[in-house]
Design a protein around this ligand. Sequence first.
Ligand code: ATP
Ligand code: MG
Length: 377
Amino acid sequence: MTPVAPIASILIVDDDPGSLLAMREVLVSLGAKLVTAASGEEALRRVLEDDFAAILLDVRMPGIDGFTTASMIRERKRSRYTPIIFLTAASEDLASMFRGYRSGAVDFMMKPVVPEVLRSKLAIFVGLHDMNAMLNAELAERALTEQRLRTSEENLRALASHLQSVREEERIHIAREIHDELGQALTGLKFDIKAFMTTCSDNAPPERVEKSKGLATAIDRIINSVRRIASGLRPEVLDEIGLAAAFEWQAREFQRRTGVRCSVNIAASFSDPDQERSTALFRVFQELLTNVARHAHATRINVALSQSRDAISLVVEDNGRGVRDAELESPRSLGMLGLRERVFAFGGSIAFRGEEGKGTTVSVSIPAMVSQQVFHA
Ligand SMILES: Nc1ncnc2c1ncn2[C@@H]1O[C@H](COP(=O)(O)OP(=O)(O)OP(=O)(O)O)[C@@H](O)[C@H]1O
Ligand SMILES: [Mg+2]
């Protein structure tokens, strides 16, 4: 929407009512709002009430004269840059003209004024004023749009973080259900089979005994699968052994499954952060390891987990092919987007650096203090 400029105002200051009337007649066709003042004092009051496109100021007035009025108009913030045109009698000398310019005049006009000249001069100021007003309105609109964008970005971030934690809670819930319901039922079943085997072991046909043993082994396998699925949903190790030990466990698991050597360096003084940060860092670590296994063709990974007073830092470095800039910026890189959102939710930072043929380094930093996420209306 193009902003509409408000109607410009012109202030005419003259102690002679006849001059004021004549000036009104000349300027009425400009379409501007014409405000009159019969003295310097009244003019000063008017400039406090309105923004003027220009001020026509008579030099000789009883009370505060035109020069003093102009200086005082200039001192006020609202009228500091308002163009002032002095109206002088033809007899005015050069010295007083200089005085006028020093006190802030942009022009001098001799009385009696030539109507066409006065009109065209003021038309320029009215045009400038309109343009200025339009620019200001546009700037204000742009600032408002930017503010709206910022708010909506903050809301989206807060929403993403909220969804992340809802998802994490849901996973905990499902993991617990699977673990408790299925795990207990299967363990019960295993005991039943064992009891069955002891009651019929003496005189049972050997194939039945074999079958029962097979069933017990199958149930063991299912129990292990259930455990694996449940701990994939919720990193149980975190609750059991804490973040530092869970990192080491995950690295060992990764090395065993992929054959990629994975060494973890954690400072002896490292103490586990709160549950939210632990979960986020562990998930970030898992996603980074998965990326290395899937994309890097690396043979080695170095992991460093450290902590300062203000932040926890994680650096994962592989010696693979090196992630490319295009991959980092691709909107299809959803895994990376998820990593960023997880880290940004804590007000943290994540940086990826890939070097062709040499490897990828990912540096994550999460502030130790909780930065509150709020929704804005
Ligand atoms: N350690 C790495 N070494 C080399 N390339 C990598 C590495 N990590 C990521 N990439 C590249 O960056 C791309 C984006 O990674 P991202 O994790 O976002 O997606 P993805 O792993 O392909 O899929 P997903 O959404 O399942 O995670 C990958 O497809 C891969 O090409
Ligand atoms: Mg990925």
